[in-house]
Write a new protein. Sequence first.
Length: 266
Amino acid sequence: MSVFEVKQGTSPVILGFPHTGTDVPADIWERLNETGRLLADTDWHIHHLYDGLLDNPTVVRATFHRYVLDANRDPAGTSLYPGQNTTGLIPETDFDGKPIWKTGAEPTEADIAERLRTYHAPYHAALAAEIERVKAIHGVVVLYDCHSIRSHISFLFDGKLPDFNIGTDMGKTCDPAIEQATVAIAAAATGYDSILNGRFKGGWTTRHYGRPETGVHAIQMELAQSTHLTTEASPFAYDDAKADKLRIHLKSILTRIEEIALGLKR
């Protein structure tokens, strides 16, 4: 079974989904404890939330769970947020700081090396190939990396997370017009709050690929799960009414990003 799925499109926008996968090989599943087997830190239903919002985008989605290996972390193991609580290439805890592995079954350095080869490298090879393919069509490409997280996680941040968390690594990863348009649409969305480069400034994927000077732009959207789930706890059910309301604004963002991309000149 492939560790990723690719749907090739002709839009200049690529949708990346590194954290919606729930596949865990049996040998790794046996090493997870009860907390780990909840798979609570999944970006639940995000690939369904974005489905159909844009005509013919390319989609690259990891099918493996982030507890197997996190596809949005630096393969060198460097922290995205030095000095702050976070999780690594193979998380040792969940987002609440609770251990996810059985005692004595924690991942080793050998595990990390093997899983980098098996999961991280193939996913990013596929993503990089699609970036080059789409760029060859348009001369420009925008990677929109799709994420979600619970709105209250005291281990990671204080208080309630805004609904829209836009990350561009302080403006480094995309053209200012892409950032400004995304911020403006999110800010105008009635009933939602938003922030630019707050707690989440863009993960490794956004920072690694976003090179505006080469025609490759990247932006991360981290959504609070309260915007589209019935509850931010098991069974993490998709709330159609909430999602339909949210999708209106996400469609506006993606449509505007696509328009800007088509107008950008190298």
